[in-house]
Ligand binder design. Structure first.
Ligand SMILES: Cc1ncc(COP(=O)(O)O)c(C=O)c1O
Length: 385
């Protein structure tokens, strides 16, 4: 029939990962033993107390009705308590928090609330593709990229931003895909830039709990209250498929996001929100509860094995301080070519080019496989390198 996509959908760049996904599926179908270090989806199980809460709340018929589109008050109050315990940031759960069906939809829907056609949206390069595509392009805005460079420790630098500002700016630390954490000066400088240029500051803090050694990630709201911050329970509690997160911050920004969401969804399932409230309340203070700590320690051990192994086979790689990603330069500088060769050895990695132009020359590993599998992957990659 020839149904044409809308212009905004036609503006989306080609999906680089589609061919790789197709090849992986084919290999698996043919019975190949593929080690997938490509996706940021935990292989570890959610804590038992979280599963128990989910099962208990799902059994209650009352928890199967529509939620408030802003999220249930009980969940928002737990988010507020967590922000206070974790960051010392006090917020009003009524006006400064909105529940999300995973933080991804919130990051995208925020742009629908605030970006007019053609308006500029500042997006880091490399970055989680949702900022440029799900947010800017699908809201008819124009992404304007600023580089995160290795020589700057992947810090955003104000000199690289538009002097007159933009409608929105996305920033994400601990960072996907580089694993970098933000220097306090970076956060201060970006907060100041956004206030001076009246740019909406949208801070993605999805990985704040996946940090190693003594590093603890801050909240942008410790630096400015003129911002909106996105949190996710996905990685912290290994519940990526349950779709639960929240946005917190400036009341006008929260209200804009709530307005859009009230027209396009009806909030996360009530039983998932109740599970999430219990998960957040398991924090006794700023420190991670045992169940989270155990999982973070496992990722820490795996990343040491992976980084050690990569260095041994000639890929010079630094230990990241956060996230379950390891970002490394590839010989030859062509990330797609390296990814294809790795795939021939039955190891899946993600080509850096899929995260933006500045990502070319790198690949991303996710330590979402057991240690033995990571060691095996390194042996296989030795042949590729
Ligand atoms: C940087 C970043 N932000 C946000 C998300 C979305 O997480 P969720 O929608 O599961 O909360 C992801 C998921 O991989 C991510 O990498």
């Amino acid at each position: 029939m020839g149904f044409e996509y809308s212009e905004r959908v036609r503006r989306l760049p080609p999906y680089l990962f589609a061919e790789i996904e197709r090849e992986v599926t084919e290999k698996k179908r043919a019975g190949a033993d593929v080690i997938n270090l490509g996706i940021g989806d935990p292989d570890l199980a959610p804590p038992k107390f979280v599963l128990r809460a989910l099962a208990r709340e799902a059994r209650n018929p009352k928890n199967h009705n529509y939620s408030l589109s802003q999220g249930e008050p009980e969940f928002r109050e737990a988010c507020g308590r967590w922000m206070k315990k974790r960051f010392g940031v006090e917020v009003d759960p009524q006006k400064e928090i909105v529940g999300l069906i995973g933080s991804k939809e919130g990051l995208a829907n925020l742009a629908r609330a605030f970006v007019n056609p053609g308006e500029k949206v500042l997006v880091p390069d490399p970055a989680y593709p949702v900022y440029a595509q799900g947010a800017a392009i699908l809201s008819d805005g124009t992404p304007v990229y600023f580089p995160l460079l290795e020589e700057d420790g992947f810090q955003a630098r104000v000199e690289q931003l538009l002097p007159s500002g933009a409608r929105l700016l996305y920033l994400n630390y601990p960072n996907n895909p580089t694993g970098a954490v933000a220097a306090r000066e970076t956060l201060e400088a970006i907060a100041e830039y956004c206030e001076e240029t009246r740019t909406i500051l949208c801070y993605d803090n999805a990985y704040c709990e996946l940090t190693f050694d003594d590093y603890r990630a801050p909240s942008m709201l410790e630096f400015t209250r003129n911002a909106i911050e996105f949190h996710s329970l996905s990685k912290t509690f290994c519940v990526t498929g349950d779709r639960i997160g929240f946005a917190v911050g400036n009341a006008e920004l929260i209200d804009g996001l709530r307005k859009v969401k009230s027209q396009v969804d009806s909030g996360p399932p009530v039983y998932v929100q109740k599970m999430a409230a219990e998960a957040l309340d398991s924090y006794g203070g700023a420190g991670r509860p045992n169940e989270v700590e155990k999982r973070v320690r496992e990722y820490a051990r795996r990343r040491k094995i992976l980084v050690g192994g990569l260095n041994k086979i000639g890929l010079r790689t630094k230990l990241p301080l956060a996230t379950f990603y390891v970002w490394t330069r590839v010989p030859g500088g062509n990330s797609v070519e390296f990814t294809k060769k790795a795939l021939q050895a039955n190891v899946v990695v993600t080509p850096g080019a899929g995260f933006g132009q500045a990502g070319e020359g790198y690949v991303r590993f996710a330590v979402t496989q057991p240690k033995e599998r990571i060691k095996e992957a390194i042996e296989r990659l030795a042949g590729v390198v």
